[in-house]
Design a protein around this ligand. Sequence first.
Ligand code: DP6
Length: 345
Amino acid sequence: KIYSASTTAPVNIATLKYWGKRDTKLNLPTNSSISVTLSQDDLRTLTTASAAEFFESDKLWVNGKEESVHGPRLVACFTELRALRKTLEDANPELLALSKYHLHIVSENNFPTAAGLASSAAGFAALVQAVAKLYELPQSPEELSIIARQGSGSACRSLFGGYVAWEMGQEADGSDSRAVQISTQEAWPDMKAAILVISASKKETSSTVGMQTTVNTSTLFKYRTEVVVPQRFKEMSEAIVNKDFETFGKLTMIDSNQFHAVCLDSSPPVFYLDDTSRLVIGLIEKVNKIYGRVVAAYTFDAGPNSVLYYLKKDELIVLGLLKAAMPDIGGWDMKSYTASIAPAV
Ligand code: DP6
């Protein structure tokens, strides 16, 4: 008999970026970060976890392709989840010994993988949730976020809908480095996102490698993590709670720009933006200037694709602008779509 559980997990896009680890094994960050979770109707990973006595080894398929299960991050997630199940089994001998069975994980994204669209975030969040569901674990999303974090740092934030903080924590074992919800989608329902898929190809420098190059070589980085981010974290959290889009948008844009600045300040330099990304930045800066307020805020992760945050009332301006600007941009092969914010996960 095969025992299975399925779940979906959403993508989250950081508005205050996680960039740098103080512990690469446990994925402990050098700064706290903030993100917005996008609705699963738009972007999500669907994962099924199965266990059976006759499975001969752990296996993983991502978008139909078999992947290694020996990576330390996946091993860390499996080990922690199995240990929690084992505790349940020890306390309740009637429970099936699922912790002893091998796991088969089948995972599918409905968006490009590893193109800077937070696929690892949704991927590990879905994996941890699917196994936790299969194992009937009583742990809260906050507790599970500590496990998802070990798969991919940003994954811990995909365990919640709405507006989410990943508190960096102080402990060496990572027990306080977890995600918490700052505010719900319902509390600020007029927020929208537009995703501009400028390139769906895989990024040249993975986040994991890029961020440690920055940690080890950038002189600006220390100032960012020690001085800028702690203050910005407070201001952005407050802006979210107060539904202050002007402040939220400004902080989102300057934080994206500072993240790409510390990438450039790394040796060798790490480039994620391309000419089209820079055109989008110029366009949004211009429209915000014309209107005399923040109509839309751009942010870019470890790739050229842009995510714009804006309020529903401004959707026609934002989408109209993008449509009008397209002919000006040579070779624009952009697939853009809008997304809502995830109510709950
Ligand atoms: C630029 O979470 O992909 O998207 O922990 O090494 O898996 P690992 O890195 P990952 O890095 C995400 C970096 C970012 C910013 C963010 O999401 O906060």
